[in-house]
Design a protein around this ligand. Structure first.
Ligand SMILES: NC(=O)c1ccc[n+]([C@@H]2O[C@H](COP(=O)([O-])OP(=O)(O)OC[C@H]3O[C@@H](n4cnc5c(N)ncnc54)[C@H](O)[C@@H]3O)[C@@H](O)[C@H]2O)c1
Length: 386
């Protein structure tokens, strides 16, 4: 059924796109990930990019020039863009993490639909503020988790939903890199004022989304968390990577995090994520159930790829057996599907393909780990009426 959905998304573009009225779209933040947004929008005959904004002088202009798109109105920040553009239907928010909530809420207040890059934001409080603004505006916010559109991730969800695992009671997820603190274009991922959260916001949120989406996004109830920054704070790390040693002083986020989370429905979630570590992997993803368990081989980042075929451990006529699920080849269209499914939802009046109501729980876990790590205590997670 889910694969049909993928076909549907692609067919929508290929066959039934109504180009009578083009959606007017803007891009806020024209750094690295904005390139993947514009590349997809440019394939859509029913979308017209009309505006862009970036805090760095001349960056938005240079971005659109590089992509060969002419006549785009460029602005020095999200506010001036959203104040100046009165006909926008939707925006892609591609800023660093710290600006996600502010830009999203402002866009919603201006009556504009939002495709928001992951992580949703940096705190649970911000996530709730986004949801309130979304509700008030009647517009949609979809969060940029393109791995969800990958056939292997869809298969994992189908395995759980088929019932073959029985009742799920334990999940282990996460992963990471031996050396992989991201500083490709500067320090926006590692700065306290720009990234705010580190490995969790960059790659940990993908692991969480993979398993939470597979089991139906149960609500998190309690969190015990740990964070550290032993690699990022060490100038030798950056020296060895050929990066300025000063990055160690800028480093203000976590390069490793772990959490032990109780989820609704009696499920325990054991999570760990690393940007850097003296280890090949902190473990595969496993989802354990009363009738069977599934193992998903580890990768550096669950960005729509898996580290090998998934295996289901179960019983047949009382004998323990293992069934290997053949890996699906990625067709490289996950980013396209992320953006196409958002545009389809805008045109059809929703719902958002990756809704804030789910990603709130992802953000609450990250936020809970940060807060629990500071206090050294388990936290009970509360969700006020939104
Ligand atoms: N979905 C994915 O696969 C994926 C991949 C990489 C990054 N991301 C996410 O995308 C976001 C951006 O990452 P990046 O690598 O492009 O960062 P980047 O630092 O290259 O670009 C961010 C840009 O946003 C601009 N900006 C910040 N606040 C702004 C504001 N108020 N108005 C206008 N512009 C503003 C900055 O000046 C900067 O140019 C991050 O949150 C990251 O987690 C997602």
């Amino acid at each position: 059924m889910a694969e049909d959905m993928l076909d549907f998304n692609v067919k929508q573009e290929e066959i039934c796109v109504d180009t009578g009225r083009k959606l007017k779209v803007g891009i806020i933040g024209t750094g690295w990930i904005a390139g993947s947004h514009i590349a997809q929008y440019l394939q859509m005959p029913d979308v017209e990019i009309v505006a862009g904004a970036d805090l760095v002088e001349g960056k938005a202009e240079a971005f659109f020039e590089k992509w060969g798109v002419k006549g785009i109105r460029c602005y020095p920040d999200h506010k001036t863009m959203l104040d100046g553009e009165t006909e926008l239907d939707a925006v892609s928010i591609c800023t660093y993490n710290a600006a996600h909530a502010e830009c999203t809420i402002y866009a919603l207040e201006k009556g504009v639909h939002v495709l928001l890059e992951k992580p949703m934001c940096v705190t649970a409080e911000e996530a709730m503020a986004i949801m309130k603004a979304e509700k008030k505006s009647g517009k949609i916010v979809s969060v940029g988790f393109q791995p969800r559109m990958d056939p292997n991730m869809i298969k994992l969800k189908e395995i759980v939903r088929s019932g073959v695992l029985g009742k799920i009671y334990y999940i282990q997820t996460g992963g990471g890199r031996r050396r992989g603190i991201p500083t490709p274009y500067g320090t926006s991922f590692i700065g306290k004022d720009t990234g705010v959260i580190g490995a969790m916001g960059d790659i940990g949120c993908y692991s969480l989304d993979m398993v939470l989406n597979a089991v139906g996004y149960p609500r998190p109830l309690t969190v015990t968390g740990y964070t550290s920054d032993f690699f990022g704070k060490n100038p030798k790390y950056f020296e060895a990577e050929g990066k300025p040693e000063e990055y160690a002083q800028v480093f203000g986020v976590e390069d490793f995090a772990a959490g032990f989370i109780r989820l609704e429905g009696g499920i325990i979630l054991d999570f760990r994520i690393a940007w850097a570590m003296h280890l090949d992997t902190p473990g595969d993803t496993v989802i354990m159930g009363t009738e069977g368990s599934v193992r998903v081989p580890s990768t550096e980042c669950w960005n729509g790829s898996i580290g090998g075929p998934m295996k289901i451990y179960h019983e047949v006529a009382g004998s323990p057996v293992c069934t290997e699920i053949p890996m699906a080849e990625s067709d490289g269209k996950n980013f396209y599907r992320k953006i196409r499914s958002f545009i389809n939802a805008v045109k059809e009046g929703g719902p958002a393909p990756v809704p804030t109501s789910q990603i709130l729980y992802n953000q609450m876990i990250i936020d809970g780990i940060v807060r629990s790590a500071k206090t050294g205590k388990e936290l009970v997670l509360e969700i006020p009426e939104l």
